[in-house]
Design a protein around this ligand. Structure first.
Ligand code: MN
Length: 259
């Protein structure tokens, strides 16, 4: 029987700790360390291995790597809460249901996407929705130092300057008709490129018109910005550059060059 407010707070804390322990046990320490987000401040620039994000789906829905209000004022807390807890969670649950009992169960996401053209729509849409959002949360944060010297050099070669890259990426994001995602990716020739994908598609999918290793993404579905920005997608896209976690992009670029 709970008698006081502090009793219920203690119980809540205890429950959270137990949930985290269960989570650590189910996914292993390294994966859990990457995901146990509430403890990771947005400006602590630890990065997540792409093998974690592109590997097998987590046994439990991965926690957001920061608090709902961490990206204020650029993305508001209410949008983050609905986006993470409703939209992303639904993709995760529906994806697990879609692959249950099939040969896809236990496969890495990268392998599932490589032959997605042979899979039914629920696998494509929910698998993409699960992966794209997981990727997106991890490439957002505050207090980033910017692209590394290596990445800056590659950006300059491909686009002319970092500002020109931002312009090209933003144009992709602003001009994607309907719902979809903008991407910076490393293509098969190991060159940087930008583009956009419809719905929940991504550059890892064999059916995608843009193909390669994703380095940075932006969700341009209306649910990602409508509460704060309404119809002004361009303002949301411009605000995005304040919360890019370049450390993640730098790390992914290094891994993609080796891969
Ligand atoms: Mn979304």
């Amino acid at each position: 029987m709970l008698r006081t407010n502090s009793d219920s707070k203690r119980l809540l804390t205890k429950t959270i700790i137990m949930e985290r322990r269960k989570f650590v046990k189910s996914v292993g320490l390294a994966t859990a360390a990457a995901y146990i987000g509430q403890k990771v401040l947005a400006n602590e620039q630890s990065t997540v291995k792409s093998s974690v994000i592109e590997g097998k789906p987590a046994a439990e829905f991965p926690p957001l790597p920061y608090a709902y209000n961490a990206l204020e004022p650029y993305i508001d807390a209410r949008t983050m809460e609905i986006h993470y807890d409703k939209h992303h969670r639904a993709y995760y649950t529906n994806f697990l249901n879609a692959i249950k009992g099939t040969p896809l169960e236990g496969m890495a996401l990268s392998a599932v996407f490589a032959s997605i053209s042979k899979q039914p729509d629920p696998v494509r849409n929910n698998g993409g929705g699960y992966y794209n959002h997981l990727f997106f949360w991890n490439n957002l944060g505050t207090g980033s130092a910017g692209p590394s010297p290596e990445l800056t050099a590659a950006i300059t070669t491909a686009f002319g300057s970092v500002d020109k890259l931002k312009e090209a990426f933003s144009t992709s994001a602003k001009t994607r008709f309907g719902s979809g995602w903008a991407w910076l990716y490393l293509n098969a020739e190991k060159k940087l490129a930008v583009g956009s994908s419809p719905n929940q598609d991504n550059p890892l999918m064999d059916i995608s018109t843009i193909k390669g290793t994703p380095l940075l993404t932006l969700d341009v579905w209306e649910h990602a910005y409508y509460l704060k920005y309404q119809n002004k997608r361009a303002d949301y896209v411009d605000a995005f550059w304040n919360i890019v976690k370049w450390e993640e992009v730098n790390a992914r670029y290094q891994q993609a060059l080796k891969g």
